[in-house]
Design a protein around this ligand. Structure first.
Ligand code: HEC
Length: 153
């Protein structure tokens, strides 16, 4: 019995080492200058902190990679979230979006934050500073609404 455990242990360790060699296609951080939402609009402090802490790691080209982001299999999940997150919403490319897309995203942002589907639970599990309380969610929703109104003026 002991031998079997040792064998399984070694096999798992070997598998862990081997998967490190599989490319994870981690998306890079190269952003187009002048297009970030922070560069084109004034975002109140009580909102900007949360966008940076709770959204930017998946929805921007200013991603801070945690230490485990370079270790498989976590790296595959992180890379996938960034790729898919940016496809839906890239705060670093905000300025290149049409007015219509910006308005739609602002509505989506307030919905996702209101329903607490964003930030992703797997992310808040690992990042305490990304957990939003109701006051913080309210601040984001209020900002998204007033920004949308300002865009329509
Ligand atoms: C861990 C990565 C991650 C974080 C952090 C994160 N998101 Fe997302 N987000 C995603 C992914 C992946 C998708 C696309 C798949 C989906 O909709 O679930 C997405 C989709 C979205 C969408 C589009 C939803 C739709 O389908 O209409 C919005 C809007 C959004 N996120 C807003 C936010 C906001 C606002 C924050 C911060 C409060 C945030 N997200 C934090 C990964 C993330």
């Amino acid at each position: 019995m002991k031998k079997i455990f040792r064998f399984v242990g070694i096999a798992l360790l070997l598998a862990f080492v081997l998967i490190q060699f599989i490319p994870n296609d981690m998306p890079g951080n190269e952003a187009v200058k002048g297009m970030d939402i922070f560069e084109i609009s004034d975002i109140p402090e009580e909102v900007s902190v949360h966008l940076k802490n709770a959204c930017y790691d998946c929805h921007s080209h200013a991603v801070n990679h945690p230490w485990y982001a370079s270790i498989a299999p976590a790296s595959w999940l992180v890379a996938k979230d960034i790729r898919e997150g940016r496809k839906e919403l890239d705060f670093s490319a905000w300025g290149s979006l049409s007015l219509r897309d910006q308005l739609k995203l602002l509505v989506d942002i307030s919905e996702e934050v209101h329903e607490e589907t964003m930030p992703l639970p797997i992310y808040t599990f690992m990042h305490a500073d990304a957990r939003l309380n109701s006051e913080q969610r309210e601040a984001i929703i209020r900002w998204a609404e007033s920004y949308a109104e300002a865009l329509l003026e």
